[in-house]
Each structure stands twice: as C-alpha cells, then as structure tokens.
Design a protein around this ligand. Structure first.
Ligand code: ARG
Length: 386
C-alpha cells in the first residue's frame, strides 16, 4: 500500500512523471503560515466536536506552533515527496506526534484548506499592496503641492489642448490610485468568509461551530455554501483584476514619465538613483522603472486572462485545474511588490523643469478656448448659426 496521504487504495506510488507534474510549484509553499493558521482553527473545531481531548488539543497546537517556527527559520523544509504545503505539514505533524498527528485530517480536505489559505494570504496582500500604493500617492501629492502653480500644456489626443497646472495633472493620477485601493477594500469585504469547514465539498461531519473557526482566522463568517467555498475562484480572478488595473494605472503614468523625460520634451529629470545608463552610449539616462512597469503591466493582464481561462467551463466542485490559481496570483503580487516601492522613489525624486513647462504651456494655441470663452462673454454666439 502506498504511504501517501491519499494512498490507501493504491498498491503503488505515482510514477516519477506524475509525481513531477503533480507537485506544487516551490513558490506555493509560501502559504505555510496560512495553512498552519487554518490547522490551528481546525484543531480547535475537532476539540469542540470531542474528536480531540483538551490535552491532545494542547499537544497539537504546540506542535503546529513549533512547525511554524521551524519552517520560518528553514529548519524544516519540504522534500520531494511532499506534494504540496498540506502534505508537507501533515508529514511533519505525524513525525512529531505519531498517531495523534494523524487525527487532524478528520473533517477537512485539501480542497477547503487551499481555498482558505489563498483567501488568508490575499487578505494580507490586499492590505500590504494598498499601503504601497499609498506611498506612491504620497509621492504624487508631495510633488503636486510643490507644483500647484507650475504651468504645462494639458493634452487630448497627445495634442496641446489647454494650459493646466502640473499639480492638477499629478493629482489626476493620485485619484485613480485611490480607486485602486478602494477596489482592494471592496474585494476584501466581499470575500470576508472562511472556506474552512467545507471539507471536500459537502461540509465537515465535525464542524460544530464554524462561525468560531471563521472568527479564529479573522473572517466575519464561514462561507454560505460548502460547494461554492471549494469550487469558486472569482476571489482570485477579482484580485487579479484589481491588481492588473493598478498595473495599468501605473503604466499610464509610466508612459507619461517616459515622454516627459525624453530630450525632446525635457520636462522631467530622473534622479540618478532611479534611472539607468547604457553600456555603450555614455550620454544615456533611461527611465527603466517606468518602462519595466509598463512591460510588467502586460504580464499582469495576461495573468488575469489566464485565470479566467482556467475557470471557464470547469464543472463544480474542486478540480485539479484549480491548483493553477496560485501561479498567476503569485507572479502578479511579486511584480507589484517590486514595482511599487521603486515607483514611489522615482516619483518622489523627479525634478521638473518648470520654466520649460511654463514656456510650452501656451504653445500650440492652447489658449484658443480662453479666447473663445472671452468672445462669448462679449455676447458673440460660440457657434456660427446656419
Ligand atoms: N495543492 C492543491 C491546490 O493547491 C490542493 C490539493 C487538492 N488536491 C486534491 N486532490 N483534491 O489547489
């Protein structure tokens, strides 16, 4: 009989090819703290159900805490035979507690575990990313305050339209970042429900007080429907949308910074610490942060599209396809965590050539609308009659 978590009815283990395909990507093991939090909540639920005695619960919680510490300090690491983070922890628990370690599996499944882990992780990331976006907004607001009276031409169709203040323009970008943050807050409210207790799909025989388990994990309540709890991933797709929209908003500002920093415009100078040079052209100063952001926003759009394509036409409830959710997700989050601090520094240290911008402000007849408005005040109709 196979010794695997699910090996009871199997006479042999998986072929090496299957094992390689089936094993989680190494980055998925980052959900270790979330998985262990879920395990603690589940252990308490088993104690409420009388499956664990008070003494056993104490031992279980101590072992889970010790595993948490050992994994964080890299004293415990997954081995090749650990298919995923759940299997990894279960191996450690059984090694440490023997038969007692095996008791934790009752009334749960990796299906509710993985859904629960992902939500916990994303709720933390929504907060961390929002704080990073706030730092970009701070940089924009500080620049805007400095440049309330700096004139520049505003554009439509990238053609000079009307003179505006640089502060006004920069705060337009800050405004869209406010909505990006609001989207994360709104997302968080919608998914403030714990999947734990859904087990494989039909619910757990030992769920006594899933409201208490949910509260243990900081959720407002358990998921309303156990099948939906394990099968749905709009939680991931919507997060990827909020992230991709943020990426696109960053990309639009990036594009403007590239234009402003071009020699032909000459409006903005990038700080040495936030720009790069060329290996062959000594005169170059390149806006790499803006360009990388612009490029990476394309990857984020792709990750959203990829997640939607994975979900399309998937029957309920859990299917193994769903393990793909984390690939898209982690890449997008990792990219934003690289981009946002660099972006905030780039914006904070931009130097504007205010004389040049002011000189350009009226060029290209940008005051034509003012003249037309003045004529209207003199009683002349704006449009010639037929
Ligand atoms: N590791 C999987 C995931 O990330 C969970 C495993 C569920 N596997 C299963 N055979 N039901 O989604």
């Amino acid at each position: 009989q196979s010794k695997l978590l699910w090996g009871g009815r199997f006479s042999s283990g998986p072929s090496p090819e299957l094992a390689a395909l089936s094993r989680s990507h190494p980055s998925y093991f980052r959900l270790s703290p979330e998985d262990l939090s879920g395990s603690r909540a589940h252990a308490r639920e088993l104690a409420r159900a009388g499956v664990l005695t008070g003494d056993e619960l104490g031992q279980m919680l101590a072992a889970l805490d010790a595993i948490d510490g050992d994994v964080a300090a890299r004293r415990a690491r997954p081995i090749d035979a650990d298919e995923d983070v759940h299997t990894f922890h279960e191996r450690l628990l059984v090694e440490r507690l023997g038969a007692l370690g095996g008791k934790l599996r009752a009334g749960r499944s990796r299906n509710d575990q993985t859904a629960n882990n992902t939500r916990l992780y994303l709720r933390r990331k929504a907060r961390e990313l929002s704080a990073m976006v706030l730092a970009v907004q701070d940089a924009l607001a500080a620049q805007a305050a400095r440049h309330v009276d700096t004139l520049m031409p505003g554009f439509t169709h990238l053609q000079p339209a009307q003179p505006i203040s640089l502060g006004h323009h920069l705060m337009a970008h800050a405004q869209s970042f406010s909505r990006d943050i609001a989207r994360f807050i709104d997302w968080d409210r919608r998914f403030d429900r714990a999947p734990l207790g859904a087990a494989a799909l039909a619910g757990s025989a030992f769920a006594c007080d899933s409201a208490a388990s949910a509260a243990d994990l900081g959720f407002a309540a358990p998921c309303e429907n156990s099948i939906d709890a394990v099968a749905s991933r709009d939680v991931v797709a919507e997060f990827l949308f909020a992230a991709a929209m943020l990426g696109v908003n960053l990309s639009r500002l990036s594009e403007e910074i590239c234009i402003w920093a071009s020699r032909q415009f000459g409006w903005a100078k990038l700080d040495d610490g936030y720009s790069t040079g060329s290996s062959i052209m000594p005169q170059k100063k390149n806006p790499d942060i803006a360009e990388l952001t612009r490029g990476m926003s394309g990857t984020m759009i792709g990750n959203l599209a990829g997640m939607l394509a994975t979900l399309k036409a998937m029957p309920l409830a859990y299917n193994r396809d769903l393990a793909e959710d984390k690939r898209n997700l982690f890449e997008t989050i990792d990219l934003l965590e690289l981009i946002l601090p660099a972006f905030a520094g780039m914006v904070a240290t931009l130097k504007f050539d205010t004389d040049r911008m002011a000189a350009d402000a009226p060029r290209g007849f940008t005051l034509a609308t003012e003249v037309a408005d003045w004529l209207v005040r003199q009683g002349i109709p704006f449009c010639a009659g037929a």
